[in-house]
Design a protein around this ligand. Structure first.
Ligand code: SF4
Length: 373
């Protein structure tokens, strides 16, 4: 670290730049020299901002704070209501973590050090350090994607900066002490979000005189990116089954990408083609009112789904398979669902797509009835 410039010197211009250029955001405190007046607002914003753009988060944050203004109101809310308010933000596990964390806080008050914050459910090293520095003015460096990009460029680190996290924290800490933990933490994030983005606007940047990547002309090579994770592609049928004014839906699970959300049954196309050998028998339920619509591609971080939506009406209900339940049609609109499942729900009242693929109805029914979700 001896070859790095002194953080207590070179972060001065960044601090000055932030004072003049900081965006007005609903979770930001006015006075950055004091502890934040509402640590809960910091926690909510940090969890919402993970993997999500500021512009998307702002209206969600406002609605959330209106409905759940403090830890106690969130701790006593139902999971369904929480997920309904989170609907559309994605990465739904964050909502569950938030509730579990504030339940502890409502019970025992806020932890006042990094270890205590790290012990809260769902708070990893980044979120715990962000809350420590922004809410409580503790000099705990918070390194997210923006911070890694800015710091690796300023310091000219030509290897994966995430592998240098401890070194970067040790370098940054005296800067937090010198200029204020909340101010510098947010200034680094702000620079990464506005000027030092993947195509940096160096001429406008307060770090230009000392930025190593800029001096060496290697801003396009830094940060060194990690090997991308392989994306799995899946073809599937997303199935809305209706009978006797009820819909069959999968109950929320505690884990996974769509945890806490209600889902439609799914049958993967590959499964139908390769394993459903005995599926040529006629549909025992004589499905009625089969509708299909144009499909779409649903993209998640490590998965791309080619979705074919279908709705099938049956004359009567069958026993709901484990993990699923028939819910009254009137309740469908109030269930919290992820984007993919919301999309099928919103298609249901619309006319089917002319000429779309014919659903292999009997096969789909057999799988939905037999396969544990
Ligand atoms: S000078 Fe350019 S590369 Fe360096 S921190 Fe500023 S915007 Fe980023």
């Amino acid at each position: 670290m001896t070859h790095f410039p002194d953080a207590t010197v070179i972060l001065g211009p960044l601090s000055d730049w932030f004072a003049l250029n900081r965006r007005s955001l609903p979770w930001r405190a006015e006075n950055l020299d004091l502890p934040h007046p509402d640590p809960y607002a910091v926690l909510v914003s940090e969890l919402m901002l993970q993997q999500t753009q500021v512009a998307t988060v702002v209206p969600y944050f406002r609605r959330w704070m209106e409905r759940f203004p403090d830890p106690a109101s969130l701790a006593s809310a139902s999971d369904d209501e929480i997920h309904r308010l989170w609907e559309g933000l994605g990465y739904y596990r964050r909502a569950g973590f938030l509730k579990r964390a504030v339940t502890v806080i409502a019970d025992r008050d806020w932890p006042r050090d990094l270890e205590g914050l790290l012990a809260l459910p769902g708070l990893g090293p980044y979120t715990a350090a962000a809350v420590a520095s922004i809410a409580f003015q503790l000099p705990e460096p918070a390194l997210d994607g923006n911070a890694f990009r800015v710091l690796s460029r300023v310091l000219g680190i030509e290897q994966d900066p995430r592998r240098q996290a401890n070194l970067l924290r040790a370098w940054l800490k005296p800067g937090l002490v010198r200029f204020g933990p909340s101010r510098i933490t947010q200034a680094v994030m702000e620079l990464g979000a506005t000027l030092c983005n993947p195509k940096p606007a160096c001429p406008l940047c307060p770090m230009t005189p000392c930025c190593k990547a800029r001096q060496l002309g290697v801003t396009d090579r830094i940060p060194v990116t990690r090997t991308p994770v392989a994306i799995r592609e899946i073809d599937l049928w997303l199935i809305a089954l209706q009978a006797e004014a009820h819909w069959l839906v999968l109950q929320p699970s505690a884990k996974g990408l769509l945890s806490g959300l209600w889902r439609w049954p799914v049958v993967e196309l590959g499964f139908l083609e390769t394993k459903d050998r005995a599926a040529e028998t006629p549909d025992p339920y004589q499905a009625l009112d089969i509708k299909t619509w144009a499909g779409w591609i649903q993209v998640y971080s490590h998965r791309k789904e080619h979705v074919s939506p279908v709705s099938i009406g049956l004359p009567e209900r069958f026993k709901a398979p484990a993990g699923s339940v028939w819910i009254p049609a009137a309740d469908l609109s109030s269930l919290p669902m992820g984007k993919r499942d919301q999309r099928l729900r919103s298609l249901l009242p619309s006319p089917p797509c002319q000429g779309s693929a014919v659903a292999p109805c009997a096969k789909l029914l057999r799988q939905v009835m037999a396969v544990k979700p």
